[in-house]
Ligand binder design. Sequence first.
Ligand code: ZN
Length: 64
Amino acid sequence: MYQKNCDRCFRPSFSSSEIGIWLCPICKNDLTEYPFFDAMTLERINVKVLPFQKKIDCYQNKLS
Ligand SMILES: [Zn+2]
């Protein structure tokens, strides 16, 4: 379970998936690029691999 903290409404939101777009359920702020936290320990989780992978895909799509 992941947690992100919205800096617009200052509410935490939760998800079990690190994939896809993450919108704040309260104010609809786009939290996709915000850091992930472990919902249990509140430790910051490094999931930079996934956005990086997405950028590579975009780059390859432009070339083809
Ligand atoms: Zn919010």
